[in-house]
Write a protein that binds this ligand. Structure first.
Ligand code: GRG
Length: 295
């Protein structure tokens, strides 16, 4: 099977797991389910849940054991994007080429849909021992790791630093810490949860966290670069939003050429971290693919 075919196979399994999370009988709360489904099925790359499945396999586990963890990570990712687009945050009207959740459902429903996805993520993991026969200790540890990385010391903390950086110039240390929180943290969670599902040990967790940190930084560098070099059609969201909000990015701080070098250096560090797992070809290819991405 080629790497592309394996990626597609992972994607289909993730979509099916998410579909199970989103299937509800007709209820008076239909509108919030509809808003959750709208954003969750809008066509994201599914990078994070794919990493969860791939790390599970890299640790010798079965992909089916990682599905509830992978779904949980993508539910949190989707909630963060809905909230990020709200007028009180980045105020973006377009996401993945479609009206953002609040544009379609209104602000209150978008806020609740994000909250609903966040809550569903932790239900998904804590219910996994009952629904999928997941090891309860692994599920408990997964809740701990995911809540750490998604919380104020991780993704939310990164967003707080992002808001505080609007309309002022921040230095390289600030930018790095902000990127680690906003972007690397959830990617680290995705990788660590794969290790937990695959029965990996503390050394595996630490190597997965190291990989996620560097892949996340490379991913964010490319995101900053695409914000000035890509088209709205490619990205499916407005371009130049960093500039409009007077945000410091790796492009404004270092220039395009150095930003590209930094992305390549972080990619190399991510590939180094994969050596702990015997450099699985799929994960190596995915890591390189993220450096070349155009959306
Ligand atoms: C916690 C209130 C609250 C909001 C969350 C953390 C956060 C706010 C927002 C982060 C949003 C953001 C733009 C993070 C940077 C990471 C990033 C580049 C996300 C886009 O990820 P992709 O490209 O998205 O994987 P797709 O659409 O492919 O799923």
């Amino acid at each position: 099977m080629t790497n592309r075919e394996l990626q597609e196979r992972y994607r289909q399994k993730i979509e099916a797991a998410l579909e199970r999370v989103l299937t509800f009988p007709p209820l008076p709360q239909e509108e919030v389910f509809s808003a959750m489904r709208y954003s969750l099925t809008a066509g994201g790359k599914r990078l994070r849940p794919i990493l969860t499945l791939a790390f599970c396999e890299a640790c010798g586990g079965e992909v089916s054991h990682a599905l509830p963890f992978a779904a949980a990570v993508d539910l949190i990712h989707c909630y963060s994007l809905i909230h990020d687009d709200l007028p009180c945050m980045d105020d973006d009207d377009l996401r993945r080429g479609k009206p953002s959740c609040h544009k379609k459902y209104g602000e209150a429903m978008a806020l609740l849909a994000g909250d609903g996805l966040l809550t569903a993520a932790f239900h998904c993991i804590s219910n996994a021992p009952r629904q999928y026969g997941t090891d309860p200790d692994a599920a408990l540890r997964a809740v701990e790791r995911l809540s750490h990385y998604a919380g104020v010391l991780g993704m939310i903390g990164g967003q707080v630093m992002d808001l505080a950086a609007e309309n002022r110039t921040v230095d390289a240390d600030w930018l790095r810490q902000m990127h680690e929180g906003k972007t690397s943290a959830l990617i680290q969670a995705a990788c660590e949860l794969g290790v937990l599902a695959g029965g990996g040990d503390e050394h595996d967790l630490s190597a997965a966290a190291d990989f996620g940190l560097h892949l996340g930084l490379a991913f964010q560098f490319i995101d900053d670069i695409l914000d000035v070099t890509a088209t709205e059609e490619q990205l499916g969201k407005p371009i130049g939003s960093d500039d409009r909000q007077h945000k410091t990015t790796c492009v404004t701080l270092y220039g395009l050429e150095r930003a590209r070098q930094l992305a390549a250096e972080s990619t190399a560090l991510a590939l180094d971290a994969l050596r702990h797992f015997g450099s699985p070809p799929f994960l190596c290819a995915l890591t390189r693919q993220m450096l070349e991405r155009d959306h």
